[in-house]
Design a protein around this ligand. Sequence first.
Ligand SMILES: [Zn+2]
Length: 330
Amino acid sequence: MQRTYFIYLLLALCVACGGRGVSGGDIADEANSNSRSEGHIAFNADSAFSFVARQVAFGPRVSGSKAHKECASYLEKTLAKYAHKTVLQEFSARRWDGATVHGINIIASFNLSAAQRVLLCAHWDSRPYADNDPLTENYRTSIDGANDGASGVGVLLEIARVLSACNTQTGIDIVLFDLEDCGKPRFETANYGDEKTWCLGSQYWSENPHIQNYRASYGILLDMVGVKNPRFKQEGTSVYYAPDVLNNVWKTASALGYGSAFVYEKSTPLIDDHLFINQITGIPTIDIISLDGSSNSGFFKHWHTTEDNLSNVDKKSLKTVGDVVLKVIL
Ligand SMILES: [Zn+2]
């Protein structure tokens, strides 16, 4: 994820609903059986956190690594447990240094025949460089990406679990993008702001959606949503392309009592997966991303450092975002 200053300036309370049969396994399945016994299904913070922990346990999800391969299979299997259809979109892309990298976008769909569709997305890869680390010797170390990558995916997996027990008729597509975070590292060249070296998976999917002429009413991207005491500001790319979606989500958050997390503060436009979805597909898509004006990057303190690990992910923040998104889509 990267900040741009000149491109355009250039660039959910627990939802209760009737349950039907669900399959199970670990904390997520315990959450399922609890919901079944309580007769309603709720976003479960422990379950969401367990999904984050599971991803991080594979190691850095860097293209070409064993961790990347194993985590892709884990995400596919987990989504296939909950969704009506799950597909892998494999692709190749050019990295900032000209190398060809292999990526896997993972798409899970609910209610395939529904005309009205909502797009939910997050990136699942982690950055191969700790190029914002206080120790320069760590620059070429790949990071855990617990908050920057795994947190957004963890919330979406838990939402998938809730949806699998819900009688919603809405068409929902969860897309996990790959190769969002392998953009040009700081230590390479001065020309740091090359936006197209980021978000390779969402660029590919936007040009080649999993269904030809894919349409959705709106989209919500989650990125870096697991930090303690999050501050989700209204960032410029979302304001520019999807102001109505933004206002609806922020209003819903306030109504649920999460107004201290979803703040009515504007920030500069970001280069993130939603930028390319908006520009290429025209689907109005916002970015729910925590921003921290006191850090040197404007993002959470441990952004792109070796400290972006599980100990810095707060399950309460995962639930805040999960409750709000569920309330908006259901
Ligand atoms: Zn990142």
